[in-house]
Design a protein around this ligand. Structure first.
Ligand code: SAM
Ligand code: SF4
Length: 376
């Protein structure tokens, strides 16, 4: 395991040197987080209380992938052809997802995000939202590519969905088509309008920034945020693409993204909580016209404050996007396991979490599953 460095209070594994220093933009979340890469083995795994890992991080946020299927083929995520889908019999049913979500809620998970693959391609997705909405999560959201949202947004909102993040990597129609390989920019812009009309707000727009592909639009996308009030979140390209074409040179560091925007419109930190667990560092425009986010998973990891776990569509708990191991909750369920057994599996999954994802470690191994298989 790599040596964990502390940079601005976040755990960074062998951080890349930022190309442009914007130290004055350090968020308030940059408070030292005491975490060491060595496990504090003196403490046994607790069997009561919150979902805590062996480094003391409490887990309150879960991403549920409802399908590995998708109607797009984004270059940074899926291959263009030849995708093998998980057999339907292996995908969790709505009843199973509901049961697992209830167990997680009882363990202190209070924020749930539905993802995929593309969550809107799962048949009757609003029925699942109704089931999850009844559990009482304080936040229930979805990440979507927007296809079908113009039609489904009112029903999803009525079912209990609180907000959506919509992915859109370019404001140029031709480039959008090149990156996403299917679908149109127009459809996604309509989806954004529909989400707002349905009250699925604050609306966040996810942009994966890739050097030489769409990084020349960083300022335009920030302008889009200012003009529309939608919170654009710039995400560093991560080594989770099915095509395995990720290279470090294709990552545009968050520091550089901020520098480019702040040269046009000065920014100031808007991260409010000292130990903000949200992946995005938030920045507001100094003139008061809106806000953006930057997710620096590669160059400035936020593992030290991570509170997330994931449930794959085929029913495994993953304690990290980059984990190489999984905890198969579906097997426990389908062999008649009790809620107490499910809870124990959750505890083990979280307890096993590593200090950090290790992307920048020379011994880093890409996970066997790519982003759409895990659930981003
Ligand atoms: N299909 C939905 C969508 O695209 O919004 C939800 C699933 S997608 C896997 C979740 C998020 O992961 C999207 O915002 C997408 O842009 C992001 N993503 C996918 N592959 C990525 C990669 N290699 N690096 C960074 N972000 C990635
Ligand atoms: Fe599909 Fe989302 Fe992956 Fe694009 S990022 S291929 S929309 S799952």
């Amino acid at each position: 395991m790599s040596k964990l460095e502390k940079q601005g209070g976040r755990c960074v594994e062998g951080a890349i040197e930022p190309q442009t220093a914007v130290a004055e933009l350090r968020p308030m979340s940059a408070v030292p987080i005491e975490i060491s890469s060595r496990r504090p083995t003196a403490f046994p795994m607790p069997t009561t209380g919150p979902l805590i890992d062996s480094f003391g991080r409490i887990h309150t946020d879960m991403r549920i992938s409802v399908t590995d299927r998708c109607n797009l083929r984004c270059v940074y995520c899926m291959p263009e052809e030849g995708v093998t889908w998980v057999p339907r019999s292996e995908i969790l049913t709505f009843e199973e997802i509901e049961q697992i979500a209830k167990v997680a809620h009882n363990l202190g998970v209070d924020s749930l995000r539905l993802t995929g693959g593309e969550p809107l391609v799962r048949a009757s997705i609003t029925d699942l939202v109704v089931r999850l909405g009844r559990i009482g999560f304080s936040d229930l959201s979805m990440t979507t590519n927007g296809y079908g949202l113009a039609r489904l947004a009112p029903a999803l909102a009525a079912a209990g969905l609180m907000r959506v993040n919509i992915s859109c990597d370019s404001l140029k129609a031709a480039r959008f088509a090149e990156i996403r390989r299917r679908g149109t920019l127009e459809t996604v812009l309509e989806a954004m309008d529909a989400a707002e009309h349905a009250g699925l707000t604050p609306l966040k727009i996810n942009v994966v920034v890739m050097a030489g592909v769409n990084d020349d639009e960083i300022v335009d996308l920030a302008g889009f945020s200012r003009d529309t009030g939608r919170i654009v979140r710039f995400i560093e390209f991560m080594p989770l693409d099915a095509g395995k074409e990720w290279e470090r040179s294709k990552v545009v560091p968050g520091e550089e993204i901020l520098a480019r925007i702040s040269r046009v419109w000065p920014l100031e930190s808007a991260s409010e909580r000292a130990l903000d667990a949200a992946p995005a560092d938030r920045y507001r425009f100094a003139d008061g016209r809106g806000e953006i986010g930057v997710i620096t998973s590669v160059t400035r990891a936020f593992c030290g404050s991570c509170n997330r776990l994931r449930l794959t569509a085929d029913g495994s708990i993953r304690n990290c996007l980059f984990a190489n191991g999984e905890h198969p909750v579906r097997d426990v369920l389908r062999s008649g396991g009790s809620d107490a057994e499910l809870a124990l599996l959750f505890r083990k999954a979280v307890w096993d979490k590593r200090a950090g994802h290790g992307i920048n470690d020379p011994s880093f191994l890409r996970p066997a599953r790519s982003m759409s298989m895990i659930g981003g």
